[in-house]
Design a protein around this ligand. Sequence first.
Ligand SMILES: [Zn+2]
Length: 459
Amino acid sequence: MLTRRQFLTGVGATAAVTAASLLIPLRGKPQASGMESTEKPFESIPECDWIIENVLLVDGTGDIPYYGKIAVQGECITAVGEFQAPEGVRKLDGQGLVLTPGFIDIHTHTEDYLFKDGSMAPFLAQGVTTQIGGNCGLSPLDLNQYIEKLSHAPINYGLLMGYKTIRYLAMGGHKTGKASPEVIEKMCRILADGLESGVFGLSTGLEYYPQHDATTEELIALCEVVGEHGGFYATHIRSEYDQVVSALEEAVEIGLQARVPVQYSHTKAGYERNWDKFPRLLGILEEAKKTGLDITADVYPYTYSSTDLGRKTFFHSMSEENVKMAMSHPQVFFGSDSQLYEGGRAYHPRAYGAFPRVLGRMVREEKVLSLQEAVAKMTAQPAKRLKLKDRGLLKPGFKADLVLFDQETVTDVASINNPSLFSEGIRQVWVNGKLAFAEGEVLEAAGGQFLRGVSAVSA
Ligand SMILES: [Zn+2]
């Protein structure tokens, strides 16, 4: 591995370093005053409360990791890389372990669990510091009550607004059949209100009752509202099995017509007879991007879904090869699709193991992708989709959501038969600068913030 200085040499990053050093509030004069000093160029002393040193920094950009340190003041990172630590501040020895931005899980169904005071321990133990709930069309009925209660959760949390919920509110119950123009208008207003309260966009689960009654035109109308508010459209498409290709084409059409970014949820081609369609799905993503659509997808690192587990004869509806192909595709990042029930019980091991499974099995053991690629897909890429301006990177000015882990040992433990077992190897997790999890224990249970999308009227 390279030190930061070795890393910078030869990539002509002088300008970038100068810019970065300007972001560090200076306590005294930088010791080195210019290029003539090769020993300690651009060194400055950052304002900070504590630092963690001797860590391998995997900063979320996808760039090559390097050894260095990080300074934190309050909620924010104030310096990254090499700098002189101010005297008297608390220093933690990172023991050469990996330090990354906190993991961002864009696809979860944890909103009820969190609202009922779920500890979020299974997620903190995976390094997850931010989650987005309200996926696949289902979100809290009373959004404002939800937001009010969750201003201080164990992790940062944000929501999408679900089509099923909006339709229920507009129709006064779950009713089958097409929505009338009046109902559609009402749904658009409810959605606009939600976006102004801070949801990140609209989610659908078009495979389910009664969401399958939504027409493409109706979804375009709703997505236009999302687009006007700077949000995105997250969709569990109309079919994940035999009709998967046309279902994804519909999502692309909605995105193009409504001019809205699309997040294709938990990408898969289910049932063995459809496995050979999977490269075509990735091809559709690439073609759509070429036509100017901002479209990305998420995938969980398992070959079976919750539905598969519930079947009498358990089977793998996805192929291992397709899951790996998705994981290493530039337009795909990770989402756990997790859900937790009372007492932290899970049915699918992904709620306890998704992120460490990527780091352990996929990166370390099978080398499906590099550590820095995997970390980018857990941090900066979902942050970009969410338009989070201060999360997802190790960078001065960014929120100190941090994960310290041992890349030699990090692993998922939860399995099909024992789905509620904690992952191992994640050593410490900070949420907004507060130590939230250390060596298997949740320490700070209220360090999270409720995250709002760009069109939120009040924050
Ligand atoms: Zn779904």
